[in-house]
Design a binder for this molecule. Structure first.
Ligand code: FAD
Length: 298
């Protein structure tokens, strides 16, 4: 079945768009349709034209996504560069659109004298992705700041939901409804006039010392098991440097998998499975991927 696109959306909907262009691992087969809405109402109008059986995926900056080599049937909706409103609603409340880069939230909150928002600087994704993952860094976590979210469903219906509608945990967010995605969020911070960009630079420098920043990765591949660290378990199972195809476990941080340039999604997925099986055999602990794995194998 081919997804039909109404002519008015044509220029913004590309067929067979390689997802390797939209993921930080730089792998992934084609999205059947890749749609970059002009704005919120364009997005709602587009969704209203989609039949119920067409799979829909939202993506931000693809910094936590492994798309398989066979690609993604259905429609991929890209929010970055579109849902990009970032404004201060009151002394301590900020509205951030789902397509806003987390680093921009960090930077702007510092200018507004609000915090703690510096942790957003370490997350190379969008606010939508951070809401979906409950992204966190440097001791901060996205949902600690969320009071309300705005959502859209597959029929293009918009809603405002209180944070209490969601079950939230460590890198885990359970939506009250299927096929509903984030348009943006109201985030509450404290007045913190002391924070400055030098603080953020210091945090990022610290991170650069321990993580392979700049190489093609998805950050941490596995969530940390209770009271332990996935990186420690992987390293002590002698997996640092273990390679499949052009993908390997980082020598710098064992919870990162690096694409050295030519890896396929299948190499990375096999490496993920190999790490899981080895850590389970050596330590008796099953690691769970933090990265989202989508699509069809080639
Ligand atoms: C070098 C590096 C370092 C990283 N460090 C950290 C870190 O310190 N802490 C951390 O938590 N993460 C980290 N990550 C992982 C990643 O940046 C975060 O998970 C981020 O929140 C993903 O955002 P994204 O926009 O890239 O989402 P994507 O990867 O595009 O998508 C991730 C998931 O979010 C969903 N999603 C995206 N937008 C929406 C939306 N609008 N509505 C509903 N669902 C949506 C997608 O469907 C998918 O399931 C790191 C990644 C890299 C590459």
């Amino acid at each position: 079945m081919t997804v039909a696109i109404a002519p008015e959306f044509g220029p913004r909907a590309r067929r067979n768009e390689p997802m390797s262009r939209h993921t930080s691992w730089h792998v992934g087969g084609p999205a059947e349709v890749f749609f970059n809405p002009r704005d919120r109402s364009d997005l709602a109008a587009f969704l209203r034209t989609m039949p119920n059986d067409v799979p829909i995926h939202f993506v931000g900056l693809g910094s936590n996504l492994l798309v398989r080599d066979g690609g993604l049937p259905g429609v991929v909706i890209s929010t970055h560069g579109t849902l990009d409103k970032l404004e201060r609603l009151s002394q301590t409340v900020v509205y951030a659109g789902a397509g806003v880069a987390c680093a921009r939230v960090a930077k702007q909150c510092i200018k507004w004298g609000l915090g703690p928002a510096e942790f957003f600087a370490g997350i190379p994704g969008t606010v939508g992705g951070a809401l979906a993952m409950n992204a966190g860094a440097f001791g901060g976590e996205t949902w600690r700041h969320v009071t309300e979210v705005e959502t859209i469903d597959r029929h293009g219906r918009e809603r405002t939901r209180p944070a209490s509608d969601y079950k939230v945990g460590y890198r885990h967010v359970e939506s009250p409804a299927k096929d509903e995605w984030f348009l943006g969020a109201r985030l509450t911070f404290e007045q913190k006039p002391g924070a400055n960009e030098a603080d953020v630079r210091a945090l990022l420098t610290k991170r650069k010392e321990s993580q392979p920043i700049g190489e093609w990765s998805c950050g941490s591949v596995f969530t940390n098991p209770p009271k332990d660290h996935a990186a420690r378990l992987i390293e002590t199972a002698s997996l640092k440097g273990f390679r499949i195809g052009d993908a390997s476990v980082s020598e710098k941080h064992a919870n990162f998998i690096i694409n050295h340039g030519e890896a396929r999604a299948a190499d990375i997925e096999q490496l993920i499975e190999h790490v899981q099986a080895t850590v389970e055999r050596v330590h008796g602990v099953r690691l769970h991927p933090e990265v989202r794995i989508l699509g069809t194998p080639s």
